[in-house]
Ligand binder design. Structure first.
Ligand code: GDP
Ligand code: IMO
Ligand code: MG
Length: 432
C-alpha cells in the first residue's frame, strides 16, 4: 500500500495538522520529514464543551490518533528541549506518546544555532527574513556544511565532544568576532545535549527501514510537510523562505521513502491566503478587509503569536503548487472564514511592469513587483459550518469552489468549514 504525501500549497498554516488528523485511524504512521519547531499545527478534537485544542510544533500530527505511529524523519531538525516539553505536555493530557520514533540521522538544534538565528536576523536589519528564531536556518546550514550534530552523535560522548568542538571552532569565531557576542563552552553544550540522551535512546531507530517494512506489509503511511511550497528553500520566495525542502520531493529525502512508493500527493490550501514573516505577497490586504480575514480566521501564529498577513486567494500560487508537488487532491480549508464578504476577489494573474503573467514570474524581483489581476465572485451570508456535503453549501460558495478548482488544475477532495474534525465536507476518499 501507498505512501501519501501531504503538503502546504501557500505560505504555511493552511491547516495541514487538521488534514492529517482527519485521515485518522486507517493510517499506520505519520512521518514529519522537514522543518522543526518553526511549525505550529493546531488541531481541534471533539465538539461543544468537549472541544479540545492541541498545538503541535515538533511532533507529527498522527500523535493524536490512537494506534498511529508518529515518526520524526531524518529530514527534521530537533530541539530536544522542545521535543520533551511537548511529549510531557501531551502525556499530562492523557495522550499516549509511547509509539513515537525518531531517526538517528535527524539533526539536533544546538544552543549556539538558536543564538545565531536571532543575532543574524538582528544584523540583517530591514532585510531580515522574519524567522521564528528557533535556530532552524543555522542548523540546516550546518547540515549542508557537514558540521551538524545528529541524534546518533548523542549516544557516544567522545564523538559528540569532537563534533561540538569542531563546530564551535567556527561558530565561536563568528559569534565573538562578527556579532560581538559571547562564545559557547564545549563542555556546557555537550552536557546540555547529553542530558537528553538516555531518555531519547529508546525512541531512536532506523526509521527508513521501519517505513519500508510498513509499506511492504500493505500499510498506509502519511508523509506530513511542515511549512509549505512558497516557503520551500528551492521553490519558494527565496530568500524569504525556510531552510528545508517543504515540497513533495523533500518527502523522499526527508524520510528515506523512494519516489516510486508515493501514490498520492494531497495539498492543503486556504480559501484565501496568509503569510507570516517578511517577503512578497501580491494579494496582501492592508485594509479593513485584511483585518476582517484575520479576525474571522483567527490568523495569529501558533508558534510565535505574530498576526498573520492576510489576503485574497492567489490562483497562480496554488497552480504553481500543483505543478511543483504533482498534486492529486486538494483540501480547501477555512471556506467558512469567507462568509459575510459581499464580494470575493480571486487573483487570476499578475501584472508586472504593465505585462500580464498568467504564471509566477521567473524572477523574485518580478514577483516582488507583481500586482494581482482579480476576478470577483459574489459572496454569501449563510453560516456554512454545518455543511457536510457540497449540496449543503449556498450556491455562491459552491460556485467559488468550482471556479478555483478549475484555476488550480487539480480536484478538490475535501473542504473545511470550521476548525473541528467534523467540520469538513468530504468530496472523495483521500485514502482509497
Ligand atoms: P498548519 O500549520 O498547516 O497545520 O495550520 P495551523 O494549525 O498553523 O493553522 C490553521 C488554523 O486554522 C488552525 O487554528 C486550525 O484549527 C484552523 N482550521 C483548520 N481548518 C479550518 C477550517 O476549515 N475552518 C476554520 N475556521 N478553521 C480551520
Ligand atoms: P507551519 O508548518 C508559517 C516562516 C517564518 C519566516 C520563514 C523562515 O505551521 O505551516 P524559519 O524560522 O523557518 O527560518 O523562518 O518561514 N515559517 C512559517 N510560516 N507557517 C510555518 O509552519 C512556518 N515555518 C516557518 O515566519 O517567514
Ligand atoms: Mg502552522
Amino acid at each position: 500500500m501507498p505512501a501519501i504525501v501531504l503538503v502546504g500549497a501557500q505560505w504555511g498554516d493552511e491547516g495541514k495538522g487538521k488534514a492529517t488528523d482527519l485521515l485518522g485511524s486507517r493510517v499506520e504512521a505519520v512521518v514529519k520529514f522537514n522543518g522543526g519547531n518553526n511549525a505550529g499545527h493546531t488541531i481541534v478534537i471533539g465538539t461543544g464543551a468537549e472541544r479540545e485544542k492541541y498545538a503541535l510544533h515538533l511532533l507529527p500530527s498522527g500523535i493524536l490518533t490512537p494506534g498511529c505511529t508518529p515518526i520524526i524523519g531524518n529530514g527534521v531538525v530537533i530541539d530536544l528541549g522542545v521535543l520533551f516539553e511537548e511529549i510531557d505536555g501531551l502525556q499530562a493530557r492523557g495522550v499516549d506518546t509511547s509509539r513515537l520514533v525518531v531517526s538517528g540521522s535527524a539533526h539536533v538544534i544546538t544552543p549556539y544555532n538558536r543564538t545565531l538565528d536571532k543575532v543574524t536576523e538582528r544584523f540583517l536589519g530591514n532585510s531580515k527574513i522574519g524567522t521564528t528564531g528557533r535556530g532552524i536556518g543555522p542548523t540546516y546550514a550546518d547540515k549542508m556544511a557537514r558540521i551538524g550534530i545528529r541524534v546518533q552523535d548523542l549516544f557516544d560522548e567522545d564523538v559528540l565532544r569532537a563534533k561540538v568542538s569542531g563546530a564551535l571552532n567556527i561558530k565561536n569565531q563568528t559569534l565573538v568576532k562578527i556579532y560581538n557576542r559571547k562564545g559557547f563552552e564545549v563542555d556546557a553544550v555537550v552536557a546540555e545535549l547529553r542530558a537528553y540522551a538516555d531518555r531519547l535512546r529508546p525512541m531512536v531507530t532506523d526509521t527508513a527501514l521501519m517505513l519500508e517494512k510498513m509499506l511492504d506489509d500493505g500499510r498506509t503511511v502519511v508523509l506530513e510537510a511542515g511549512q509549505a511550497t512558497m516557503l520551500d528553500v528551492d521553490h519558494g520566495t527565496y530568500p524569504f523562505v525556510t531552510s528545508s525542502s517543504a515540497t513533495a520531493g523533500g518527502a523522499c529525502t526527508g524520510s528515506g521513502i523512494p519516489p516510486t512508493r508515493i501514490s498520492r500527493v494531497i495539498a492543503i490550501v486556504k480559501a484565501y491566503t496568509t503569510r507570516v514573516g517578511e517577503g512578497p505577497f501580491p494579494t496582501e490586504l492592508l485594509d479593513e478587509k485584511g483585518e476582517q480575514l484575520r479576525t474571522a480566521g483567527a490568523e495569529f501564529g501558533t508558534t510565535t503569536g505574530r498576526p498573520r498577513r492576510c489576503g485574497w486567494f492567489d490562483a497562480p500560487v496554488a497552480r504553481y503548487a500543483t505543478r511543483i508537488n504533482g498534486v492529486t487532491d486538494y483540501v480547501v480549508t477555512k471556506l467558512d472564514v469567507l462568509t459575510g464578504f459581499e464580494e470575493i476577489p480571486v487573483c487570476v494573474a499578475y501584472s508586472v511592469d504593465g505585462q500580464r503573467h498568467d504564471e509566477l514570474p521567473m524572477t523574485q524581483a518580478e514577483f516582488a513587483r507583481a500586482t494581482p489581476i482579480y476576478e470577483t465572485f459574489p459572496g454569501w451570508d449563510e453560516d456554512i459550518s454545518k455543511a457536510r456535503t457540497l449540496d449543503d453549501l449556498p450556491r455562491n460558495a459552491r460556485d467559488y469552489l468550482t471556479a478555483i478548482e478549475k484555476m488550480i488544475k487539480a480536484p478538490i477532495s475535501a473542504v473545511g468549514v470550521g476548525p473541528g474534525r467534523e467540520e469538513t465536507i468530504a468530496v472523495r476518499d483521500l485514502l482509497d
